[in-house]
Design a protein around this ligand. Structure first.
Ligand code: PBG
Length: 323
């Protein structure tokens, strides 16, 4: 007898069928591995707030970058921890800066690997803010030339992609202009266009020693309640010359990723941030959920929402599993 309801379950009976009809698939080619390079580290030191991750010396980071590349991960995103901080974040744009040194090593030793570098001042300033501070306020325009200088110095050291994460207004335009003028027209700008003032950055700030010394980041990062504003931020960054957009965090903002995907025909990345990673890791450690399955499901959700690529602390683990 014919039923008057569809048998959805028919296509779920065999592993082979389930694989054939899966709509969104993950591959190591979608993953970007964040890496921390630190001054004064001999080889590597574990990061307590990010289990499985390390502070690498600019030389030793080659080891993990090679591993990532051999697992099919196309790109790494570098963050730096300088030996010394100052009011103006000079470590971010100095020729001998820790990320600049790592970039030169990686360019030589891991050809083929795409090198992305974060552009921001917060790890390099004594006050821990992403821009210059004047009279207790984070000031926009005086910060812009320093961000331009940072992007240029990263490009000179070998970055293929610069990723401004500071959320100052107008920074993409300045960075594009500086890169064009100085002969780096091919350097890609991946703009963290929609970056929310999020509690999920907690473990990163411990890892990067970049927590603000006073106040918070709500005068420059976005309010978690805002979706339309994210679209305006993206539109503007594209107008100023961004090639690709990064949304951050990912998991709690899937609606924004989805909407951005629908509106803009540009490559779109999402950053599954440190707190998203920490939640899954911590729950798995307690035996409260299956860490591997939760990892895969969280990444799949981000891809399904519309992200072309995902920056994730799970990159190595996920790539191993997906191969
Ligand atoms: C620097 C920056 C932060 C992150 C990436 N770039 C921290 C912040 O804005 O406080 C967070 C990444 C993560 O949590 O994994 N501005």
């Amino acid at each position: 007898m014919r039923q008057d309801f569809p048998r959805f379950r028919r296509l779920r009976q065999e592993e082979g069928l389930r694989r054939l009809v899966q709509e969104v698939r993950l591959s190591p080619s979608q993953l970007v591995l964040p890496l921390f390079v630190a001054e004064g580290v001999t080889k590597k030191e574990p990061i307590p707030s990010l289990p499985g991750h390390f502070h690498w010396s600019p030389e030793a980071v080659v080891e993990v970058a090679e591993e990532a590349y051999s697992l099919g991960i196309p790109a790494v995103l570098l963050f730096g921890l300088p030996a010394e901080k100052d009011e103006v974040g000079s470590g971010a744009y100095s020729h001998g800066g820790v990320v600049q040194r790592a970039l030169r090593e990686l360019r030589k030793k891991v050809p083929g690997l795409l090198l992305m570098a974060d552009v921001c001042l917060c790890q390099y300033t004594t006050h821990g803010h992403c821009g210059l501070v004047e009279g207790g306020k984070v000031v926009n325009d005086p910060t812009l030339p320093l961000l331009g200088q940072t992007a240029l110095s990263l490009a000179e050291a070998g970055a293929h992609v610069v990723a401004p994460s500071d959320m100052m207004d107008g920074r993409v335009g300045i960075i594009r202009e500086v890169l064009e003028q100085k002969g780096f027209a091919d350097v890609v700008i991946l703009s963290y266009a929609a970056k929310y003032a999020s509690a999920f950055y907690g473990p990163f700030r411990e890892a990067a020693h970049s927590a603000p010394a006073f106040g918070d980041r709500r005068t420059y990062q976005m309010d978690p309640g805002n979706r339309r504003e994210a679209l305006r931020e993206i539109e503007e960054d594209l107008r100023e010359g961004a090639d690709m957009i990064l949304m951050k965090p990912a998991g709690p903002y899937l609606d924004v990723i989805h909407e951005a995907r629908a509106r803009f025909d540009i490559p779109l990345g999402a950053y599954q941030v440190s707190g998203e990673y920490a939640m899954i890791r911590a729950a798995a450690e307690r035996g409260w959920l299956d860490g591997e399955k939760a990892m895969e499901e969280s990444l799949l959700g981000i891809a399904r929402a519309g992200a072309d690529f995902i920056v994730t602390y799970f990159a190595l683990e996920a790539a191993r599993k997906l191969r």
